[in-house]
Design a protein around this ligand. Sequence first.
Ligand code: UFG
Length: 330
Amino acid sequence: MNILLTGGLGYIGSHLALGLLKNKKTKLTIVDDLSNAKLSTKNTIKYLSKKKFKFKKLDLKNKNKLQKLFKVGKFDLIFHLAGSKSVKESQINPKKYYENNVIGSINLLHAMIENNVKNIIFSSTATVYGLHKKNCYSENFSREPINTYGLTKKIIEDLLIDLKEKNQINTLILRYFNPAGCHISGLLGENPQGIPNNLYPYIIKIIKGEVKYLKIFGNNYKTKDGTGARDYIHIQDLVDAHLKCIKLVKKKSDIFNIGTGRPYTVLDIINSFKKYCNFKINYNFYSRREGDIDIYYNKISKAKKKLGWSAKRGLKEISQSTFNFAIKSK
Ligand code: UFG
């Protein structure tokens, strides 16, 4: 099978590339604009997989390059992960998010339809749901994103659903909860430049000794210890969910939440590093971050039943693989 993976050198994309390359019959082409990924990741994927694949530096906004890629590629399936993903940045610079996420995806869909490529698996986010009274989110919750990042993902979902209804494409939409953890080798993980916004990349900086303590945003949330609670999904479980989609996408278009169904607070995460890695994370409490919610997690039943997938790993695997990656990338 000929597969195109967009955003394939990023945190999730690089792990997915390794998963895809395990299948001997897969011919993989990776594209990435390197806006939030390093070119050296290409060599890490080669080293870990011992397999060949094609790589092109490509910005999906470049329609001509995209058309050329499709003419040569003859793809059977697209994994579309490319996109900008910072909630905070999307509020400050919404134009970038409409251009990179929405226009980039429109160009990709255009190239697919022109070249008669039918199947696409799209990386969406639980952020599309916004705020709801219930904490356990199911796929049929209404989508009311509260930031531009979430809104761009919702717009792309709508495009996919419309094209699917007009029989132009087959699509599976995966709404990720909070991806976390790193590759077992310790050679791949999430390590953004500058001060990270998200919890685990920040903890990685602490383990590496680049930052002294964690700023916990809020200690008066309606959770067991007052700190925010999320559904952290191990990157390898996330990859496994994508691999399950390969067979299904041709038969049925659908939408799946991808999470564990178990919420953990920020203090749970801190304690997991003490318990499983014997590493103490120092912290101080700060005021709440704007737009943060108390607690939310995935209702796992649909993916279990229809995709035949559920998460197998927990905080132990997440903290140990994160610690291993942080030490190795020091
Ligand atoms: N947190 C801290 N300190 C930090 C970073 C985070 O206390 O330095 C807390 C947050 O307040 C929250 C929890 O850790 O309670 C998780 O925060 P993240 O920023 O890691 O994750 P979010 O749930 O806020 O959002 C993330 C991504 C989105 C993605 C979403 C999926 O930012 O891009 O998960 O649901 F879409």
